[in-house]
Design a protein around this ligand. Structure first.
Ligand code: 13P
Ligand code: SF4
Length: 309
């Protein structure tokens, strides 16, 4: 059944000039039919290079918005319109503009997990894989880092010469992991290396052997000579790694590391989106942004690519 749907999607992609981008947190059956898979940074960079007329994003809403900003002439669709990232909704442009008015010398660095309207008032965008490099490359010393205070604390530690102000925001999935869970996982698997995402709390990140983006974690596990790993990011990464490297063992740091927003997209959603594009019946969920909105919000994405490239 899954193979039949996948075959049909591959046919529809060719018929309708569709490129499928999938975040690495997506289920295996979606990753298998995707043209490009990766972390937020890779998806942003690759979105700008896509030549197909239509792009389907299998991920969350801000990722589809970013793809639209980078490929404004393409039709960009989100495979499931309900897939949003709660962190992206935690702060808005009004709130950040009020802080900027009080502290105009602070440059605003926003995580890519933000809405396009919030990006309009920010100076530079970052992803988890590029945040440290970009903040180091910025001339500014005084920074407001939003919305993830855990990623912000991770950047602060790596850039001690910068004055980084943080606000209380973050990923509900990663922030749920406790130091007690980490201690227990290490007790159960004393020979395993701990690889975590910097969206985890500082007391977890500080105890890890490696902290980095989704792709960073996957690359580290692929290249390492170690045989056992405790994976502190969305559960699908441990699953993908176990499938790819059957001679190594991957343990999930916490059973709560499931992002319900990333998991909402199904293979059937992808199929229906391909079909909707082919029928042009308005059933596929297309990202709509005015050229003015794109121009304003894209400034900080272009800065991300310039400083992080
Ligand atoms: P990366 O893709 O940058 O690793 O971020 C993970 C994430 O939480 C995406 O929402
Ligand atoms: Fe958002 Fe966290 Fe899910 Fe990533 S894992 S999409 S940051 S809620």
């Amino acid at each position: 059944m899954i193979r039949d749907i996948q075959r049909k999607i591959i046919e529809l992609k060719q018929e309708n000039d569709i490129c499928i981008l999938a975040h690495s947190y997506q289920a295996k059956e979606i990753v298998e039919i995707a043209d490009i898979t990766g972390d937020s940074y890779k998806l942003s960079v690759e979105a700008a290079k896509v030549s197909s007329k239509n792009i389907i994003m299998c991920g969350v809403h801000f990722m589809a918005e970013t793809a639209k900003m980078l490929s404004p002439d393409k039709h960009v669709f989100l495979a499931n319109p309900l897939a949003g990232c709660p962190m992206a909704e935690q702060m808005d442009a009004e709130m950040i503009s009020a802080i900027k008015a009080k502290e105009p010398d602070r440059k605003v660095v926003c995580y890519i997990n933000t809405t396009a309207s919030l990006k309009e008032v920010c100076d530079v965008c970052v992803t988890s894989s590029s945040a440290v490099k970009i903040v180091k490359n910025m001339d500014a010393k005084r920074i407001l880092f939003i919305p993830d205070c855990n990623l912000g604390a991770f950047v602060q530690k790596a850039c001690p010469d910068k004055d980084i102000k943080l606000l209380q925001g973050g990923c509900p999935t990663h922030a749920r992991v406790t130091k007690a869970e980490l201690d227990e996982a290490k007790r159960l698997h004393p020979n395993a290396l701990v690889l975590v995402h910097p969206e985890c709390r500082p007391e977890v990140t500080e105890q890890a052997d490696y902290a980095g983006s989704t792709s960073g974690i996957m690359d580290f596990a692929a290249k390492s000579d170690a045989k056992e790993f405790i994976i502190g990011t969305e559960i699908s990464i441990a699953e993908h790694l176990q499938y790819r490297y059957p001679d190594k063992e991957f343990y999930v740091l916490s059973k709560d590391l499931i992002c319900p927003n990333m998991k909402i997209t199904t293979l059937m959603d992808v199929y229906k989106t391909c079909e909707g594009i082919g029928n042009n019946d308005g059933k596929a969920f297309e990202i709509q942004m005015s050229p003015e909105q794109i121009a304003k919000a894209k400034v900080c994405i272009d800065e991300m690519i310039r400083l992080g490239g």
